[in-house]
Design a protein around this ligand. Structure first.
Ligand SMILES: NC(=O)c1ccc[n+]([C@@H]2O[C@H](COP(=O)([O-])OP(=O)(O)OC[C@H]3O[C@@H](n4cnc5c(N)ncnc54)[C@H](OP(=O)(O)O)[C@@H]3O)[C@@H](O)[C@H]2O)c1
Length: 336
């Protein structure tokens, strides 16, 4: 065991775009597990757009970080010391242990993983929070019907890629929106979407109109800004819109949205949601998606940065689209 616990702290609230100066890397003592706790060696850290929101000192659905706080984050790791009989040494677990090499937790704060069922990293992606977000937002809010047109932004990402593939399984026409030719090619060729609009390629409005001849019945929103404005302009009567994320605006960029007229005239339903408020939904969604992975109907892609010290840089990249697939950080080897 290393003598110290490397941690990444939020040093200061970012001013606009996040920079590496907003983080501080420190070495602390490895924590000791209490009587009802285990010590976990973290193997993978999940990097997610919501972390950007936690770095701003504003009112939101969850408490924000203060300077000097450990960066929060989902982790997958191995129990290396245990005071909990149901979690012996060697158990793989998923928890919220943050940007650090080692963490302690109680049994009810951890999900036990079976590496024989799926690679443990998937507990942070397709078989974890992003996958459940996609499943819930599409099925519960979008309520897609066969033959309808479903549109999803950030289509090659952790959430968007799953949204589009589930919509295909449900018999819909699926149009993705993503940044760059490589991501769009992947979404169509590998994931089976019907079309993908490269919003960086030029006239996205004309391309989007051509790709949605029957307009849009379900919109799964991940980015906001000009893309959201464009899609609202093509909503069908009684369209459903799941507001999942607005990543284009997370660094404080304002956008003068004018699309509410389309909600009114199309009698559309628009609903935001936060997946951590729907924990009872997760087990069923994970079981169903695990089955689809085994059947080859649901594919996933991971983008893994090496080393905890590279987490700040990888997080900055995630916020500007440098990631291609679910962004993870490998903190240590799966087996020592
Ligand atoms: N409501 C919830 O409970 C919940 C839960 C999980 C995630 N989310 C939200 O879901 C969205 C996707 O999250 P994810 O984890 O799947 O991330 P992701 O899609 O794997 O990665 C983020 C992607 O966002 C796109 N992006 C970044 N800046 C952009 C900009 N200015 N304009 C357009 N696209 C931009 C980039 O893709 P391109 O290269 O294609 O632009 C980037 O790869 C985020 O908004 C996140 O906050 C919400």
């Amino acid at each position: 065991m290393a003598a110290k616990n490397t941690q990444v702290l939020m040093k200061q609230h970012p001013k606009g775009g996040v920079t590496e100066q907003d983080f501080e890397i420190v070495e602390r003592e490895i924590p000791k597990p209490g009587p009802d706790q285990v010590l976990v060696r973290n193997i993978y850290l999940s990097l997610d757009p919501y972390m950007r929101g936690r770095m701003d000192p504003v009112r939101s659905y969850a408490a924000h970080l203060h300077p000097g706080d450990l960066m929060i984050g989902g982790t997958v790791g191995e129990v290396i010391e245990s005071n909990v009989p149901s979690l012996p040494k060697g158990t793989y677990v998923n928890g919220m242990l943050g940007w650090q090499e080692y963490g302690v937790a109680k049994a009810n704060e951890l999900r036990v993983l079976d590496p024989k069922v799926a690679p443990i990293s998937t507990a942070l992606g397709v078989l974890g929070m992003p996958g459940c977000t996609a499943h819930y937002g599409l099925m519960e809010i979008g309520q897609p019907k066969p033959g309808e047109t479903v549109v999803v932004s950030a289509a090659s990402g952790a959430v968007g890629s799953v949204v589009g593939q589930i919509a295909k399984i449900k018999g819909c026409r699926v149009v993705g929106i993503a940044g760059g030719k490589a991501k769009c090619d992947y979404v169509v060729t590998e994931l089976g979407f019907d079309a993908c609009i490269d919003y960086k390629a030029g006239d996205m409005h004309a391309a989007f109109k051509a790709a949605t001849p029957e307009r849009v019945d379900v919109y799964f929103e991940n980015v906001g800004g000009e893309i959201m404005e464009m899609v609202f302009g093509r909503l069908n009567s009684f369209a459903r819109v799941a507001i999942c994320g607005l990543i284009a605006q997370y660094n404080g960029q304002p956008y003068p949205f004018t699309g509410m007229r389309h909600v009114l005239v199309n009698r559309a339903k628009v609903q935001g949601f936060i997946i951590s408020e729907h924990m009872s939904y997760w087990p069923g969604a994970i079981t169903e998606m695990g089955g689809w992975i085994k059947e080859g109907k649901l594919k996933y892609r991971e983008d893994i940065a090496d080393g905890l010290r590279n987490a700040p840089q990888a997080f900055i990249g995630l916020l500007s689209g440098r990631n291609f697939g679910k962004q993870l950080v490998r903190i240590g080897p799966e087996k020592l």
